[in-house]
Design a binder for this molecule. Structure first.
Ligand code: HEC
Length: 111
């Protein structure tokens, strides 16, 4: 009997509250969209501030949206730990760009 009541509550409470699976879908989609946006934003920076030079000076590491996460650790090391990249003093990252890259790295669990 207790079990039946329990099951009824589990089923009826979400219905009563107006929850349905579309809420879950919405939350999940929102999360996926957020991740996609941060990756895209990070890529825009890599493209503008890193690839511009790597394309001619260091072809081995031209970042694409597909390969960038594989380089996340190396990017973290060069940009945040050693502060060697962006190389030289012509190209600089803004505070905002550092923040976006950091956020992207955190998303991948690199810190
Ligand atoms: C002005 C040229 C230039 C710019 C700008 C530049 N790089 Fe580089 N990068 C190089 C060169 C050249 C190398 C090869 C190693 C070296 O000379 O230090 C390199 C190497 C690297 C490596 C590999 C290091 C290793 O040995 O494992 C990473 C990772 C990297 N760059 C990330 C970046 C990122 C991220 C940016 C942008 C925020 C950036 N670089 C901007 C020229 C540049």
């Amino acid at each position: 009997m207790i079990n039946h009541i329990y099951i009824l509550i589990v089923i009826l409470y979400p219905l009563y509250m107006g929850w349905d699976s579309s809420d879950l879908v919405r939350v999940t989609n929102h999360r996926l969209k957020q991740e996609a946006t941060i990756t895209q934003k990070a890529f825009d920076i890599l493209k503008a501030k890193c690839n511009s030079c790597h394309m001619t000076e260091y072809e081995r590491k031209v970042f694409t949206i597909e390969n960038m996460s594989k380089s996340a650790k190396a990017i973290h090391k060069q940009v945040f730990l050693k502060k060697k990249m962006p190389k030289g003093d012509q190209i600089k990252l803004t505070e905002k760009e550092y923040k976006v890259l950091k956020e992207w790295l955190l998303e991948l669990g690199v810190e």
